[in-house]
Design a binder for this molecule. Structure first.
Ligand SMILES: [Zn+2]
Length: 199
């Protein structure tokens, strides 16, 4: 990653463009600018966190917080190709501790179900299959191929070819595909029914 042009930290990924110039800044310097302008500080928060998925596998997340003139954004990113990435946002004066809890809850919920099972054919070849007829993930860019994105599921990335093979055993089935904003929650009908029953 590029160096921050204000403090030299090697974690700059915000590009601030003003009339005069474009600057690459780290989150701390960027949030400092926002604080100077809008008077809201980024409360302290953990830089990293390990959260276990539904199968008990530990995933390490880098935690980020970013202010803008109207909002606070928080993100938990697993720093690897296809890794989990969860985002939440609140307004600028939101309770930041609450926002962190929302982020953790979203990560826990988002990792509770694993969608892809791995198996081995009798000839030793590995294959992937869709565990229970549904799948949620994220469209991710493929750094080695600009023509086609990857599909990130269960904290791993799959090519469309791999995804296509997973569909082989569902020939004739109908498909429902919905694209969901990164800041929204992925909800399954059975989860919503459960919620209603609980109320
Ligand atoms: Zn900096």
């Amino acid at each position: 990653m590029a160096l921050c042009q204000r403090c030299g930290n090697d974690n700059s990924y915000i590009h601030l463009t003003s009339e005069a110039k474009t600057e690459s800044l780290c989150l701390r310097c960027y949030n400092g600018l926002m604080t100077a302008e809008f008077g809201v500080e980024a409360d302290s928060y953990p830089e990293g966190m390990t959260i276990r998925d539904g199968k008990g596998t530990a995933h390490y997340f880098e935690i980020r917080k970013r202010l803008d003139p109207l909002h606070i954004f928080m993100e938990a990113v697993e720093m690897k190709q296809g890794g989990y990435d969860f985002k939440v946002m609140g307004d600028l004066y939101t309770d930041q501790g609450e926002l962190l809890l929302q982020l953790i809850a979203k990560a826990e919920k988002g990792m509770a179900e694993s969608y892809v099972a791995e198996g081995t054919f009798p000839n030793g070849q590995r294959y992937h299959s869709i565990r229970s007829g549904r799948l949620a993930g994220r469209v991710e860019s493929d750094l080695s191929d600009e023509r086609m994105p990857l599909l990130a599921v269960d904290g791993k990335s799959f090519t469309w070819d791999e995804f296509g093979k997973m569909l082989m055993s569902y020939e004739g089935f109908q498909v429902k595909l919905q694209l969901v904003d990164p800041y929204d929650e992925i909800e399954w009908e059975d989860c919503e029914q459960k919620k209603e029953q609980e109320q």
